[in-house]
Design a protein around this ligand. Structure first.
Ligand code: F6R
Length: 609
């Protein structure tokens, strides 16, 4: 979703803003713009298209080398992507420029009022109302003006504001949209995410809802909504700058696929000590777990798919009922949450608007919230009773890979921990599961190394296809959902995931000569049944690519191509299966000439509902 960068320092702002915006490209965008303070005047350039297009425009139509400015990448919500709807937006009197990430839900009524007062609008955006409100509300005190304006807004926002009356500063405020502050030497920043500032500073503040920032080159002051100064500890970003850069790889997606062994190791190994699972930061007691009548897992997209694997896993090993919900559905279906409900929220970014809203809903109903989050200090982490972080490092590619894998590992650890705490698992199974969870990083590495060339070839061979079906039973079906999403989102091949036994209840009519069916056949207890389903599609002309555990020779006879994964505990196979499926999605996208890291219409952090 939209990206914001603000800079106050001693160097020309344009270069810093464009560099920062380029680090936020992964968020997905369709337009870009900047505004700088040229003396007491705001100079703005903005347009539909990529940052490279804006850079060219600035070369032919430059702005002054002013040392203070704001920049924005827009992911269109209100009004189509065009030059006028791009940010920044200016007040009618030219005194204010604003960039915004989020959605102003009451913008229509504000706009109506402003039009009745004679205000003229240039764009179709919700954001423009903010610029005009700033003009109307201006008291001479810029901080108070921004605060009063924010109080009139419903919805979500991170705002960066320039004002000609206070040309040495940027004012920022956030509510339910991410915003960080970067603290440099003689220069300071605001940004939607850390990579935007990382080439200039590692010192940051995370902002909480309703906090305001006043930023100059010499300092940063943070205020509460009541305009009381707030002291915040300075956080130091410990990850390597290279973690947020391609580091020689052609795309972030393949880099992140290859990083999975390390990400898994970093997530798993600190959680197993002396042969026991140690869940740092988990305050849930044995008594709490005994009193838990059910678990809800709530998430969006791939994180939701993790939830489906986790449901099969937790119900099998811990015998606690688990429901999995899409966050966007959960809130509106009267979920039965009470103080005996454990709600597990899964989110890489920790900022997904639907997931955050579902969390708040569950909390207000008395549910106990445990979140699995990758971004430290994110909104979901802040709102939860307990947080377990996945240590995947920054995930930049829009299509998640290493975050999915580490979320899955975290859910295995949680499920096994609950089973052990409740005495629902015998010691031998507990030890066997732990031993195999520990092996996952190494086995994922093996899967990547053994299959990389073969998958690349397969992708080239199948690059012409327009439809694919992924089938599997039980845990294999859960992985099929993620595998199918990985293919469609980056390569634009239409694909669907089906429970293998369900296919003949309708969808099998779509299978014809040459249809690609990817069969996930690693769930050993149901292998025979999956083989029957493979034969059903094969006999109708499907080309079958099967993912099976090594040694499952029975699948070979009915498959055209086989991808092998090493043997593991039957409940852990999803971790090994998903990796070649991610690679298939990636290489198909490459073979079809798609923009892998920035798939059309998608955004990394979905901060609007
Ligand atoms: C797909 C993908 C998305 C995210 C979803 C949730 O590859 O990345 O489906 O999984 O948007 O995002 P987070 O985990 O940040 O809440």
């Amino acid at each position: 979703m939209c990206g914001i960068v603000g800079f106050a320092g001693n160097s020309p702002a344009v270069e810093v803003l464009l560099d920062g915006l380029s680090k936020l490209e992964y968020r997905g965008y369709d337009s870009a713009g900047i505004a700088v303070m040229d003396g007491n005047e705001i100079k703005m350039r903005k347009m539909k298209g990529r940052i490279a297009d804006l850079t060219k425009k600035l070369e032919s139509d430059p702005v002054a080398p002013a040392p203070i400015g704001i920049g924005h990448t827009r992911w269109a919500t209100h009004g189509k992507p065009n030059d006028v709807n791009s940010h920044p937006h200016m007040s009618g009197d030219g005194r204010f420029a604003v960039v915004h990430n989020g959605i102003i839900e009451n913008y229509a009524s504000i706009k109506e009022d402003l039009i009745a007062q004679g205000v003229q609008f240039a764009s179709e955006t919700d954001t423009e109302v903010i610029a005009h409100l700033l003009e109307k509300n201006y008291t001479g005190d810029i901080l108070e003006t921004v605060r009063n304006t924010a109080r009139q807004l419903e919805g979500s926002y991170a705002l960066g504001v320039l004002c000609t009356e206070h040309p040495d500063r940027i004012i920022a405020v956030r509510k339910a949209s991410p915003l960080i502050v970067g603290l440099g030497e003689g220069e300071n920043f605001i940004a939607s995410d850390i990579p935007a500032v990382l080439s200039r500073t590692r010192k940051i503040h995370h902002l909480n809802d309703n906090e305001l920032v006043e930023l100059t080159k010499d300092g940063v002051r943070i205020f509460s909504e009541e305009l009381q100064p707030i002291e915040k500890p300075v956080e130091t970003v410990t990850w390597d700058v290279r973690a947020a850069e391609k580091d020689g790889w052609p795309h972030f997606m393949i880099k992140e696929i290859m990083e999975q062994p390390t990400a898994l190791h970093d997530t798993i190994s600190p959680r197993i000590a002396d042969g026991e699972i140690v869940l740092d930061g988990l305050s849930l007691t044995k008594k709490d777990l005994e009193e838990t009548s059910r678990i809800y897992i709530v998430a969006c997209g791939s994180a939701y798919h993790v939830g489906i694997v986790a449901k099969y896993f937790i119900e099998k090993v811990a015998r606690v009922p688990v429901e999995v919900d899409l966050a966007s559905e959960f809130r509106y279906r009267a979920p039965m949450v009470d103080d005996k409900t454990l709600v597990i929220i899964i989110s890489q970014s920790g900022e997904t608007a639907d997931t955050l809203a579902a969390l708040k809903e569950a909390k207000s109903m008395g549910g106990r919230i445990l979140s699995i989050v990758n971004v430290v200090g994110s909104s979901i982490a802040n709102e939860s009773d307990d947080v377990l972080y996945t240590w995947a490092g920054p995930e930049i590619a829009v299509a998640t890979t290493k975050a999915y894998s580490t979320q899955l590992a975290m859910m295995y650890l949680i499920g096994t921990y609950i089973a052990k705490t409740l005495g629902r698992i015998d010691d031998a199974t507990y030890r066997a599961l732990l031993a195999d969870i520990r092996k996952l990083p190494e086995q994922v590495k093996e899967v990547i190394e053994k299959n990389n060339d073969f998958i690349k070839k397969l992708a080239e061979q199948f690059s012409y296809i327009e439809h694919a079906y992924y089938i599997g039973r039980n845990l294999d079906y859960a992985v099929a959902m993620e595998a199918s999403l990985k293919l469609k989102e980056v390569s634009y091949v239409h694909s669907e995931a089906y429970a293998a036994g369900e296919l003949k209840h309708g969808t099998i009519s779509l299978i014809e000569e040459g249809t690609l069916v990817v069969a996930l056949a690693s769930h050993m207890p149901l292998l025979e049944k999956t083989i029957s389903n493979i034969k059903e599609v094969k006999s109708r002309g499907a080309i079958v690519l099967t993912i099976a555990q090594e040694g499952a020779t029975a699948v070979e006879d009915c498959s055209d191509y086989i991808l092998n994964i090493p043997a593991t505990h039957e409940l852990l196979a999803p971790s090994l299966q998903v990796v070649p499926m991610q690679m298939l999605g990636y290489y198909m996208a490459i073979a079809r000439g798609c923009d892998v890291d920035k798939p059309r219409n998608l955004a990394k952090s979905v901060t609007v509902e």
